[in-house]
Design a protein around this ligand. Structure first.
Ligand code: AHR
Length: 320
């Protein structure tokens, strides 16, 4: 080492000692995150949680919004690989079609964490861990609430219309599966129409209008795979001259503030919680994965169910 470099090194060590910081502070962790989009109140809260947690933890976050398109997510992941980020995290729009790009990440030795939604891949070593809700259980919780409610009218046939989430997405597939599985216990409960509303308010309203046109007063229950679609549908029900929450029982999933407001107004009967505040857990998992520490393959978010009766009391505690 020449004398100039030695002097610079000595000065750095001296400064570090004087200010009580490590002489060679660790370089910040760089995470590439590909988000589904901004389709719902839930998604907005999820994005804020991830950005805030990264900032708080001193993580450099490269954030890409896929606008609900898988091809945009594939492009974003390839660009993160090219930029040599430390870790890639993403919430997959749909479940299938990820093998190739995840193999590319593995070949580049960049670990991947799934957040919120799962993928369907042949090789589970293509991702390190999956952090998110149990969507099948959320569907079951919605179904169980309805089974209980149906006990009030044991002889009546109950016609259900269903607003599904994005076609091929894990929450749409799983919430349908869990709900169907539970309501099968009561033959009086029948899903008479089921269509996607793509997790958005606008689509939820549009599809509910079509359901109302086709089935009118035959509809007893609406099961929406998220709150935003339920809120859009509530508008459609009101415009059709009916009372949401009374003429048509409304069940949804997420537990966003908008759903609590609708419950307090008597227009929504129950929301099953799906927690979007995944940022802090994601940052911790990312640090552990990059440091080669063992992490569980699956981290399930803890959630509950909020019927309209508890909405006013719970509303002040809601964080999203
Ligand atoms: O993947 C979670 C789901 O995606 C939420 O329930 C929904 O609101 C969002 O768009």
């Amino acid at each position: 080492m020449n004398s100039n470099r030695r002097t610079v090194l000595a000065a750095a060590c001296l400064a570090a000692f004087a200010f009580n910081v490590p002489a060679f502070a660790a370089k910040p962790l760089v995470i590439g995150f590909s988000q589904v989009g901004a389709e719902s109140e839930w998604r907005t809260a999820n994005t804020v949680s991830i950005k805030d947690a990264a900032k708080k933890e001193g993580v450099t976050l490269k954030f890409a919004d896929a606008q609900q398109k898988q091809e945009n997510q594939v492009k974003a992941i390839r660009s993160f690989i090219a930029q040599r980020v430390d870790l890639i995290a993403f919430s997959p729009v749909v479940e299938s079609g990820w093998d190739t790009v995840l193999r590319e990440a593995k070949a580049a030795k960049i670990p991947v964490i799934l957040t919120d939604r799962a993928v369907n891949v042949s090789d589970p070593s293509l991702y390190a861990t999956f952090l998110g809700s149990d969507f099948v259980e959320e569907g079951r919780r919605a179904g169980r609430w309805l089974l209980e409610r149906a006990k009030k009218t044991p002889d009546a046939a109950i016609n259900i219309v269903e607003l599904q989430g994005t076609v091929g997405s894990a929450p749409a597939l799983d919430r349908k599966k869990g709900f169907d599985e539970v309501i099968a216990a009561n033959p009086k409960l029948k899903v008479i129409r089921s269509q996607t509303g793509d997790f958005t308010r606008a689509k939820g309203k549009e599809v509910m209008e079509a359901f109302l046109k086709a089935e009118g007063k035959k509809i007893n229950v609406l099961y929406a795979h998220n709150d935003d679609m339920a809120i859009g549908a509530i508008q459609a029900i009101e415009e059709a001259g009916m009372k949401p929450g009374k003429d048509i029982v409304v069940i949804s999933i997420d537990g966003v503030k908008g759903a609590f407001e609708a419950m307090i107004a008597g227009k929504l009967n129950v929301t099953v919680e799906c927690n979007p505040l995944l940022g802090p857990q994601l940052m911790q998992l990312a640090r552990d994965v990059v440091a080669n520490k063992p992490v569980p393959k699956r981290v399930v978010t803890q959630e509950s169910v909020f019927p309209a009766e508890v909405a006013a009391k719970e509303f002040p505690n809601r964080k999203y």
